[in-house]
Design a binder for this molecule. Structure first.
Ligand SMILES: C[S@@+](CC[C@H](N)C(=O)[O-])C[C@H]1O[C@@H](n2cnc3c(N)ncnc32)[C@H](O)[C@@H]1O
Length: 292
């Protein structure tokens, strides 16, 4: 692998984004790209493969993609593969959060003289779990999909973390939280990126608008007596940074809250594209020096 970062947003516009994942360039939908494209059409047409939702979910030239490949970005290695929904196993807009998690956990472990425990809910392919483990956390990784949990385990192994203290759980987030509260199990930090609409391990429906209040109250119920942070992120329509901040502020009164847009980063920062929002509640001291 070359020294350059494994991810780059090459261009965006006209409802599309052109991204480089390692040496593989892919064009995909990007609803928020309301502007004109900057690169010439020929550059877009040279993408190895393209995905659109114009006529149902559809790949063009999917066979040109490797069955799977690995990139290194934001200090972690991730296995990628083209899925039927146009996802690749990574949400690169989360990279800034992964860096923050790693550094915040590292500083807290040093300050506390031991591991902190981190729960990652709706954990997908494990970027946040791996960042927490790299920082020295003891982690619990939860996702409803067995396939995604397996994918995350492979990613952990790619990062030399196969023996790290991580519990890998395929379950419904609401059921799991209720069980952890009953058992009295507590975590110093919780990360959650709930889907707008999702299915639990046994088909349980997760609906963002219906279930979010209960999820936040359960997250408060599993926090330890010396909590470190709660990191909420979302791609759901209507969730602006200010809405995310309100959610987190109301759930964790007295915490220091930071919020913002997650960005798909281009080499020229002025060409980066907002893609989802985050809000972080930090408690107690300020081990990362970041949260204000
Ligand atoms: C938006 S993705 C999370 C992306 C991830 N945080 C990241 O940035 O890499 C949503 C994930 O939630 C999982 N999911 C959906 N419904 C769920 C439920 N009821 N309980 C647990 N996980 C669920 C899906 O399997 C999927 O992996």
């Amino acid at each position: 692998m070359t020294g350059r970062d494994g991810y780059e947003l090459l261009d965006s516009g006209e409802g599309r984004k052109l991204e480089r994942f390692g040496d593989v360039t892919i064009a995909r939908p990007c609803a928020q790209a309301l502007w004109a494209q900057s690169l010439p059409r020929g550059r877009w047409e040279r993408a190895a493969a393209a995905f659109d939702r114009e006529d149902g979910n559809r790949w063009h030239n999917r066979s040109a993609l490797p069955a799977s490949w690995t990139i290194e970005t934001a200090g972690l290695k991730m296995k990628l593969s083209g899925t039927d929904f146009g996802h690749l196993g990574i949400f690169p807009e989360q990279r800034e959060q992964w860096r923050w998690i790693r550094e915040t956990v590292r500083a807290a472990c040093a300050a506390r003289g031991g591991r902190v425990s981190v729960l990652n809910l709706f954990a997908y392919s494990g970027g946040a779990t791996i960042a927490a483990a790299q920082g020295g956390a003891e982690a619990c990784h939860l996702d409803a999909s067995r396939g995604m949990v397996q994918w995350a385990r492979e990613n952990a192994a790619l990062n030399g973390l196969e023996d790290a203290p991580v519990r890998w759980i395929a379950d419904d987030a609401r059921k799991f939280l209720a069980r952890e509260i009953r058992r009295g199990r507590r975590y110093d930090a919780v990360i959650l990126d709930p889907p707008t609409f999702g299915r639990g391990a046994k088909g349980e429906l997760y609906k963002f608008e219906r279930d979010l209040p209960e999820t936040f109250s359960s997250v408060a119920g599993v926090l330890s007596d010396n909590p470190l942070f709660v990191l909420f992120s979302s791609h759901s329509p209507g969730v602006t940074p200010a809405v995310a901040e309100c959610l987190v502020r109301r759930a964790f009164k007295g915490a220091r809250v930071e919020c913002g847009e997650m960005m798909l980063q281009a080499a020229d920062a002025s060409m980066s594209v907002p893609s989802g929002v985050f809000a972080r509640a930090a408690f107690g001291g300020n081990p990362s020096g970041g949260a204000a």
